[in-house]
Design a protein around this ligand. Structure first.
Ligand SMILES: [Cu+2]
Length: 294
């Protein structure tokens, strides 16, 4: 009796240590997160899962993304490319200090994979922006803890700053005042060393990418400017509407106008963190601002 008891105790102890190993071994620690609709005012036509696997450091992760048409369990396999990419993956740290914009070129067997080296441990809001074939634009947000980090609420957003520098570039908005629920036109100018920038290159087929995130509610808006010059704008549109043509650093790409107009419609009043992303010719620049909607 006592021998049998000690055997079963050993077996339980062995089993427990095995379970502990599986639970704590970071190499095996996949995190699975369910997505939630990030396009306010729309009903999402998909559900989604994001599976994060460590790919080296605790902050270096491989993300596997699957979107399912609502009510179905099999992942969507066919995507309409948006600016040449199957999925746009945008990661924003909880304190709004980090903005990362990556892409999935091809979704294979329903799985979109991207590797992100996060610059610091934090809770990240991961937005997956994609067009599953026939469903139109869908955006899901996944809340992904990366590494061990204490909660860090968004840094205080101060509206009213219209100009910011990044490297040799100065980005200036005429205004960052928006009206909730209707399109507002924002005009932005990019200067290099004080003069209108001449060597801007298309990034994924457009002059700039602008993403806004609501401080309250994390609503997502992603817009691209039309060049202020109609002719240059037309050329932009023609090139990025052809799948596969929207390659960054295209040597023959037309010059991008440094004066851009954006039509921005935000869903509700409040403050929005806004990031402008553009290709300065050799390097990608990301410049943060704060917009206010009434
Ligand atoms: Cu974009």
């Amino acid at each position: 009796m006592s021998k049998r008891l000690s055997w079963s105790r050993q077996a339980v102890a062995a089993l427990l240590s095995l379970v502990a190993l599986v639970l704590t071994d970071p190499a095996d620690a996949a995190t699975v997160i369910q997505g939630q609709n990030a396009l306010t005012g729309t009903t999402s036509k998909v559900t989604g899962t994001l599976t994060a696997m460590p790919a080296g450091q605790p902050t270096d992760l491989r993300l596997d993304i699957r979107l399912m048409q609502t009510g179905q369990t099999k992942p969507v396999t066919k995507y309409d490319p948006d600016l040449g990419k199957a999925m746009h993956v945008i990661a924003i740290s909880e304190d709004f200090s980090v903005f990362i914009h990556h892409h999935v070129d091809h979704v294979i067997d329903g799985n979109g994979q991207v590797r992100i080296r996060f610059p610091k441990p934090a809770l990240y809001h991961i937005y997956v922006d994609a067009m599953p074939h026939t469903l139109g634009q869908q955006v899901l947000r996944f809340e992904l803890p990366v590494g061990d980090a204490p909660a860090a609420p968004p840094l205080k957003l101060s509206p009213g700053i219209l100009a910011a520098d990044s490297g040799p570039f100065q980005v200036t908005f005429d205004s960052l005042d928006l009206v909730a629920g209707e399109p507002s036109m924002l005009t932005l100018h990019i200067a290099e060393n004080g003069k209108p920038a001449k060597d801007l290159k298309p990034f994924l087929g457009v002059g700039a990418h602008v993403v806004l995130i609501a401080a309250d509610g994390l609503d997502y808006v992603h817009v691209h400017p039309m060049a202020a010059s109609a002719m240059a704008g037309g050329r932009d549109m023609a090139s990025h509407e052809m799948p596969g043509m929207a390659m960054p650093h295209e040597p023959s790409a037309a010059a991008i106008s440094p004066d851009m107009m954006l039509h921005v419609a935000v869903p509700k009043p409040g403050l929005y963190k806004l990031w402008v992303q553009f290709d300065g010719g050799r390097t990608l620049y990301t410049v943060p601002f704060v917009a206010a909607a009434r």
